[in-house]
Design a binder for this molecule. Structure first.
Ligand code: ADP
Length: 393
């Protein structure tokens, strides 16, 4: 069976077509700058890579080009060979607790939830409609980034603010990266052959979040009402005291939107180091003795350790600490800096085992009180698997 996994942004469309018999990617790629000057697409298959500049006015255009290319490159003989399409949806609000087949009602809900994800949900809806035009009979599935966190109890998802904010405006914790946390949790269950694992999952990418997972269910996560909350990130501040917002607004004569932009795009590694949002540049800066990079790295590690410690207590007994996403999978020194701060809990790395990048591996020492793993995430495959399961049902 062949399943297409889609991740659409406001001006981009990322896709992977999987052969579900062996989980292999047949074709993957990215359409960029949709509706903006300089639009282009990249396609990857076997050992080939094609990059093409082309006028792509809408998501609909991108989908049509993609369909033509699938035939032209001989990836499929006809479009009916595509058995299903899975869409990553950033926000499912409190409505969607798991993936669902896309119906008119689901599409309406995705649009209605745009208030909570104004940059993403409208783009997802646009993309679903574009696929409907070209493949009207192919089943589609919506995979929500927030769904995995819907098992969090009310005393953990609520903020201590006027209750009417929750009742009237749905202000509460929703979390993000749910598809990645779920993938990691399922991968560990499969590899360790255990259903009863308590996991602290650290998704450390450009965005980052940490999740406490008990027996496969999320019981808390570091991101909040929006992906802004939680640990320090590439360009986001993570948790802050909100009083600084009106204070700096007044000092700099900025609007709330401008300050949010500073907190979203100019903070985190970039804000503190003044150099870069990329952890590799920060690592280089640390090696060169750059003080602001050293400070940024220390602050990053502190923020991650704070959540691990919190979830260690919440879970009571932890079986696995998992590292995933760009930094988690690849940054040997960041993993080492984090675990070093957990020595008081009897958690220890095996330096040699930790010398690994991008591969599933146990990296803790033999006598560590908690096993530590690197688990490469695969959100695209998770979306494709959900799609397959739902269309087979
Ligand atoms: P996102 O999906 O949120 O855009 P990624 O999961 O791709 O982010 O992670 C991006 C981060 O991963 C960047 O900070 C980058 O520096 C880091 N990263 C990627 N490869 C490496 C590496 N080899 N060593 C250290 N950090 C890495």
């Amino acid at each position: 069976m062949k399943i297409m996994s889609i991740n659409a942004g406001s001006s981009s469309l990322k896709f992977s077509l999987f052969n579900m018999d062996n989980n292999k990617v047949l074709l993957s790629g990215l359409f960029e700058r949709i509706g903006i000057e300089g639009s282009c697409y990249t396609l990857k298959y076997d050992e080939y890579k094609i990059k093409q500049e082309e006028d792509i006015k809408s998501h609909s255009d991108a989908v049509k080009i993609l369909m033509d290319k699938l035939i032209e490159l001989g990836i499929v003989n006809n479009l009916e060979e595509i058995d299903g399409i899975g869409h990553r949806i950033v926000h499912g609000g409190a409505i969607y607790k798991e993936s669902v087949v896309v119906t008119d009602k689901v599409l309406d809900d995705i649009i209605a939830l745009s208030d909570l994800a104004p940059l993403h949900n409208p783009a997802h809806a646009m993309c679903i409609k574009a696929f409907k035009e070209v493949l009207p009979n192919t089943p589609m599935v919506a995979v929500f980034d927030t769904a995995f966190h819907q098992t969090i109890e009310k005393d953990r998802y609520l903020y201590a603010v006027p209750y009417s904010w929750y009742e009237d405006y749905q202000v509460r914790k929703y979390g993000a990266h749910g598809t990645s946390h779920r993938y990691v949790s399922l991968k560990l269950k499969e590899e360790l052959k255990r259903d009863d694992l308590n996991i602290i999952c650290c998704h450390l990418g450009n965005g980052g979040s940490i999740t406490a997972i008990k027996n496969g269910k999320c019981i808390d996560t570091s991101m909040g009402f929006t992906p802004h909350a939680g640990i320090m990130m590439g360009t986001r501040s993570g948790d802050i005291d909100v009083s600084m917002v009106p204070y700096v607004m007044e000092k700099e004569g900025k609007s709330a939107g401008e300050i949010m932009n500073d907190l979203n795009k100019k903070s985190g590694f970039l804000g503190v180091s003044g150099l870069s949002s990329d952890s590799r540049d920060i690592e280089d800066g640390v090696k060169e003795g750059n003080e602001r990079c050293i400070l940024a790295q220390k602050m990053y590690v502190n923020s991650v350790v704070k959540y691990i410690a919190q979830y260690y207590v919440l879970l009571g007994k932890v079986d696995v600490i998992a590292f995933t996403a760009g930094i988690g999978e690849n940054s040997i020194s960041t993993r080492s800096d984090i675990i070093e701060k957990l020595t008081c809990l009897g958690i220890e790395l095996d330096a040699e085992a930790n010398n690994t990048r991008g591969k599933f591996a146990k990296i803790s020492a033999k006598n560590s009180s908690v096993d530590v793993y690197v688990v490469p995430t695969n959100e695209e495959l998770m979306i494709a698997q959900d799609t397959l399961n739902l269309i087979n049902r």
